[in-house]
Design a protein around this ligand. Structure first.
Ligand code: FCA
Length: 329
C-alpha cells in the first residue's frame, strides 16, 4: 500500500474509534424514537407515551419521522452525532432490517423495534433485536369474531355478504392480522368465495379507499359488506368507499385495529357509520414501555425482553370511552 493511502486509512480508523467511543455512565441519556408514519394518530400516541417516560426518567427523547430508507439511515447517523445511546424504531420497510442493524452497531447505538418486526434478506424475523408488537393473528381473530357476531345479530344471510380483506401483505404483521380475521370468519361459517382482497399500494386511508372502491364495484351482487384490514385507517378507507356506493351503516360492518383518534372520531359522529368497531391496542405499552426498556438498558445495562406481544379489546360506539379508561389510555 502506498504511504498516502496508509495515511488515509489510519485517519479513518482514528475517526471510527472516536465515533464509537462508549458512553459514560453519567452522560445524559438521549433516546431516539423513529416512526414510519408520523402523521398517523397511532404513532402520535406512541410518541406521547414515550414523552411521558422521558419526563418520568429525566432523559431526552428525539422524535424522528422517517418515511423511507434514506431518512432512516440519516436519522441513525444524526442520533449518533447528537450523542444518543439508543433508539426505538418502527421502520418504513421491514426489509431495511440488516441495514438498520448494521448502522446501529457501527454507531454503538442500542436498538429496540416496535410494531413492525425487522426481517433479514430471506424475509425471516431478525430474532437478535428486541421487539414489541401486537399479537397479530389473535387480534385479527378478534376482528373476524366481532364481524361474525354482527352479521348474526343483524340476521344477514352470509350468501348476500361480501367481505373486503384490505391488504398490505408485504408487511408480515399486516398479513397476519388479515389472516387471523379470515380464519375467524371462516370458522363462523362465512363463505370463502365471498372474501375479496383489496390490496393497498401504501398503508393509508386513501390507498385503502381506492383498493376497496375497485373491489366493491367488481362485485355488485352483494347486498351487504364487511371490511377488515391492518389498522383503522385501512378500514376507514373501505367504509368511505362503501359510502360512495350508497352502502351505509345499515349494510356495512367495518372493524379496525388501533382504537386511537381515527376510530374515536368516527364513533363521535352523531349518526353511526359503517365503521362498527375497532380492536383497541395500547400505544402506551408500545411507546412508554419500550422507552423505559431502552432507558434501563442504557442506564443499568438491563437488557429488554427479546419479544413482547400485546393484546387488544373490542371497542364500539357504546363502550369506547370506558374501555380506553380501563386500559389506562
Ligand atoms: C403497524 C401499523 C400501525 C399500527 C401498528 C401497531 O405499524 O402500521 O398502524 O397498527 O402496527
Amino acid at each position: 500500500m502506498n504511504r498516502k493511502l496508509t495515511h488515509v486509512f489510519r485517519g479513518i480508523a482514528v475517526a471510527l474509534a472516536l465515533a464509537s467511543a462508549p458512553a459514560f455512565a453519567d452522560d445524559p441519556v438521549k433516546i431516539g424514537f423513529v416512526v414510519k408514519q408520523p402523521e398517523e394518530p397511532w404513532f402520535r400516541d406512541e410518541w406521547r407515551f414515550a414523552e411521558q417516560a422521558a419526563k418520568e426518567k429525566g432523559f431526552e427523547l428525539v422524535k424522528i419521522g422517517a418515511e423511507n430508507g434514506d431518512k432512516v439511515l440519516n436519522a441513525i447517523d444524526n442520533l449518533k452525532v447528537q450523542h444518543a445511546q439508543g433508539f426505538i424504531i418502527c421502520a418504513p420497510d421491514v426489509k431495511l432490517g440488516p441495514s438498520i442493524v448494521a448502522k446501529a452497531r457501527i454507531n454503538h447505538l442500542k436498538l429496540i423495534t416496535v410494531d413492525d418486526r425487522l426481517v433479514d434478506g430471506s424475509g425471516k424475523p431478525i430474532e437478535g433485536v428486541p421487539y414489541t408488537g401486537i399479537s397479530a393473528v389473535n387480534i385479527g381473530k378478534q376482528v373476524g369474531q366481532a364481524i361474525a357476531e354482527q352479521i348474526k345479530a343483524r340476521g344477514w344471510n352470509p350468501a348476500e355478504v361480501g367481505a373486503l380483506r384490505v391488504s398490505f401483505d408485504q408487511l408480515p404483521t399486516a398479513r397476519d392480522r388479515d389472516d387471523g380475521a379470515v380464519e375467524a370468519l371462516l370458522a363462523s361459517g362465512f363463505p370463502k368465495a365471498n372474501i375479496f382482497n383489496a390490496p393497498q399500494a401504501k398503508s393509508d386511508t386513501e390507498n385503502a379507499f381506492n383498493a376497496s372502491s375497485i373491489a366493491i364495484t367488481q362485485h355488485p351482487q352483494f347486498k351487504h359488506w364487511v371490511a377488515f384490514g391492518m389498522n383503522d385507517e385501512a378500514v376507514l378507507g373501505a367504509v368511505r368507499a362503501a359510502e360512495g356506493r350508497g352502502i351505509n351503516a345499515a349494510n356495512m360492518i367495518g372493524v379496525g385495529i388501533g382504537g386511537s383518534n381515527s376510530a374515536t372520531n368516527e364513533f363521535a359522529k352523531s349518526q353511526a357509520t359503517g365503521f362498527y368497531g375497532s380492536i383497541l391496542i395500547s400505544p402506551k405499552r408500545h411507546g412508554y414501555d419500550t422507552s423505559i426498556q431502552m432507558y434501563d438498558w442504557i442506564k443499568s445495562d438491563k437488557a429488554p425482553p427479546m419479544i413482547t406481544l400485546t393484546d387488544g379489546r373490542l371497542i364500539t360506539r357504546t363502550n369506547a370511552a370506558d374501555v380506553r379508561k380501563a386500559m389506562g389510555l
